[in-house]
Design a protein around this ligand. Structure first.
Ligand code: MV4
Length: 444
């Protein structure tokens, strides 16, 4: 087992990883930018190293600074958390070259899944259901028009280097194809320095349902059931839950089997997520594979009673997984508490938390790095806490979430708490009837 892990991240996930390391008897190194010098990860880690000024590019994204911090402190592994360098193949490779275990995917796996057309080809070859579309990249505008004719409008153009909603255009009719083609290519070239574009049939009003998976160095793989992440806005998830209210035993079996096929197809080592779109007929399609721990891993932990960070560390250290799958035994919901003003287009609301009181009681979990007097720097993601509830049923989980949100006091900044209270009272949400379009019409 590792003796010392450096956490190349900040905020709640850095703290989350430190907590598990402590329980496993592993020493920890926090790295921090000058904006985070008073943060809890810095306080709770065994050691802390400043890696630069507030802008991420000069600190949390600086590979030389982070590697130097690992070498100075003699860390034998690096946990990248989510975001930042967690899916950066260069970082994964540099860690390898410095004999530091990267607790995440190999450079080859990151590149293989990061190129979306390539990832899709791998999944088709493995027998994972994918959305009908172009066979790999489109050659030119004429090719785009030809493929669209065969799969029929509406279609979606996607940048192969995109993902998470960047570099996509829906095209409803042939007259709009030329403009969409030009703008998608230009955007992809500017954003990713890669103008490769592929096409898919556009699935209208899908659900976003993802399967948590794990694989080990010996070819074993398992799944840990689904998370429904359909409640999102501008590709930012707001609420996640498991099980999905749309799930059936049969669909879980089929999606779980597909996710395991995906895991085995790339010899995946570690924990990861296979994202699917699910249409109204419960047909499901591979969308992306994430080779990192995700923000919403918490709800899976609660319903299967399992520490996914511990699992991640154990797999990286060479442990075997049993290969048995996990089904939710309870119902968990997570509300992302962001320093944003829901009454003002979710505009970021950084600043100092003047008073803070967090809810408690049975079935409540809060993953956060904030406290009374803490100043939220304007440089980073606006998520400041994750409020997770777990209960016997969905109905009880919603009731508990309402109770917890009502007890949550955060003053001095705007937060998404009032939004979540309204959402928990919404009729469609309570019925479990929602798709990725939910937020376009929800009034809050
Ligand atoms: C789609 C789609 C409909 N049809 N692909 C958005 C993020 C990126 N991972 C892929 N995305 C989508 N791909 C086809 N063929 C709709 C979306 C999409 C979406 C997916 C999941 C969650 C929220 C979404 C919001 C808008 C669009």
């Amino acid at each position: 087992m590792f003796k010392k892990i450096l956490i190349a991240n900040r905020g709640e996930i850095a703290l989350r990883v430190i907590r598990t390391c402590k329980e496993m008897g592993i020493k920890t190194v926090a790295v921090y930018s000058t904006a985070d010098k008073d943060s809890l990860p810095v306080r709770f880690a065994d050691e802390a190293v400043c890696i630069g000024p507030p802008p991420s590019t000069d600190s949390y994204l600086s590979i030389p600074n982070i590697i130097a911090a690992a070498e100075i402190t003699n860390a034998d592994a690096i946990h990248p958390g989510y975001g930042f360098l967690s899916e950066n193949s260069k970082f994964s490779r540099v860690c390898q070259e410095h004999n530091i275990k990267f607790i995440g995917a190999s450079p080859e796996q990151i590149d293989g899944m990061g190129d979306k057309a390539n990832a899709k080809a791998t999944m088709i070859a493995a027998g994972v259901p994918c959305i009908p579309g172009s066979d790999g990249l489109l050659k030119d505008l004429n090719d785009a028009k030809k493929v669209a004719k065969t799969i029929k409008y509406p279609v979606i153009l996607k940048a192969t280097a995109g993902g998470g909603g960047k570099g996509m255009r829906i095209v409803w009719k042939e007259e709009d194809m030329e403009a969409a083609w030009d703008s998608t290519r230009a955007e992809a070239k500017a954003a990713f320095a890669n103008d490769g574009i592929y096409m898919e049939k556009f699935i209208e009003e899908p659900r976003h349902i993802e399967i948590q998976i794990a694989g080990d160095q010996y070819g074993n793989a398992c799944h840990m059931s689904e998370r429904d992440c359909s409640i999102q806005r501008r590709h930012q998830k707001l609420v996640e839950e498991t099980p999905s209210p749309f799930m059936t035993k049969e669909l879980r079996k089929k999606m779980g089997a597909a996710a395991i096929k995906a895991t085995k197809a790339v010899n995946y080592e570690g924990v990861g997520t296979v994202e699917f779109l699910v249409d109204k007929n419960r047909d499901f399609y591979f969308m992306e594979m994430n080779t990192r721990i995700q923000v919403e891993h918490t709800i899976t932990e609660e319903v299967i009673n399992f520490d996914l960070i511990k699992e991640q560390i154990k797999i990286a250290a060479g442990d075997k997984i049993s290969g048995k799958n996990y089904e939710p035994q309870l119902h968990a919901i997570q509300c992302r508490i962001n320093a944003e003003d829901p009454q003002n287009d979710f505009r970021p609301s950084p600043g100092t938390i003047t008073s803070y009181h967090s809810p408690g009681g049975h079935g409540i979990r809060i993953d956060t790095h904030v406290y009374a007097g803490y100043s939220i720097p304007p440089n980073y993601d606006s998520m400041i806490a994750k409020l997770i509830v777990v209960a016997q049923t969905r109905e009880e989980a919603i009731t508990k979430m309402k109770r917890a949100l009502g007890e949550y006091i955060i003053e001095g900044i705007k937060t998404t708490i009032p939004f979540h209270i309204k959402l928990m009272e919404d009729e469609s949400f309570n019925k479990g009837v929602f798709t990725t379009k939910f937020m376009e019409t929800f009034e809050y």
